[in-house]
Ligand binder design. Structure first.
Ligand code: ADP
Ligand code: MG
Length: 161
């Protein structure tokens, strides 16, 4: 099932990368950078849980394709939400405590329960393939040049005259 976000309803979110709840995403080859709980608590409740496609920028690295999961956070007994972004790029080092800027363009699917790990991994790999196809299209591709990301680059120069 694929829902398109309505025009104008794409959204931006930026926060600090914190430690997740050690579900071993990295061991599965799909590390997810978790945003801090304060930032996540600012998300309007009208934002649906599920899987989104978009663009991500961390520190001075180039903008990367991303698959983002918004859902309930089991660590807090599902009383708060979590936002986790898998960036489709290889990083030499972890980037905990960095500021992560996200632009979410497309709602892809709701969350699902999985009965076994293989199904989960296959589904995520399929999400990643579809995200690649979607983001390579001209319109979504152009949006990676949003001023939102250039502003994030200059904001590391805080204190400059
Ligand atoms: P945690 O449970 O702490 O979130 P993960 O196994 O999900 O641990 O790994 C996430 C961390 O891995 C991120 O916070 C980030 O520092 C690092 N990382 C390295 N490469 C990536 C990537 N391509 N996408 C997302 N996070 C990455
Ligand atoms: Mg994670």
């Amino acid at each position: 099932m694929v829902f398109e976000l309505r025009p104008g309803s794409l959204f931006y979110i930026a926060g600090t990368v914190v430690h997740g709840f050690g579900r071993g995403s990295k061991q599965l080859g799909i590390p997810t950078a978790n945003l801090d709980t304060y930032t996540v608590s600012q998300l309007p409740s009208s934002v649906a849980n599920g899987i989104y496609f978009g663009w991500a920028k961390v520190d001075e690295h180039r903008v990367a394709k991303t698959v983002v999961s918004i859902g309930w956070n089991p660590y807090f007994k599902n009383s708060t939400r979590s936002v986790e972004a898998h960036l489709m790029r290889t990083f030499q080092e972890d980037f905990y405590d960095s500021v992560l800027h996200l632009l979410l363009l497309k709602y892809h699917r709701p969350e699902r329960d999985f009965y076994n790990l293989n199904d989960l991994i296959e589904c995520i790999q399929d999400d990643i393939r579809q995200a690649t196809d979607y983001l390579n299209q001209p319109e979504p591709s152009r949006l990676k040049d949003t001023p939102w990301f250039s502003a994030s680059a200059t904001s590391t120069e805080n204190g400059m005259p």
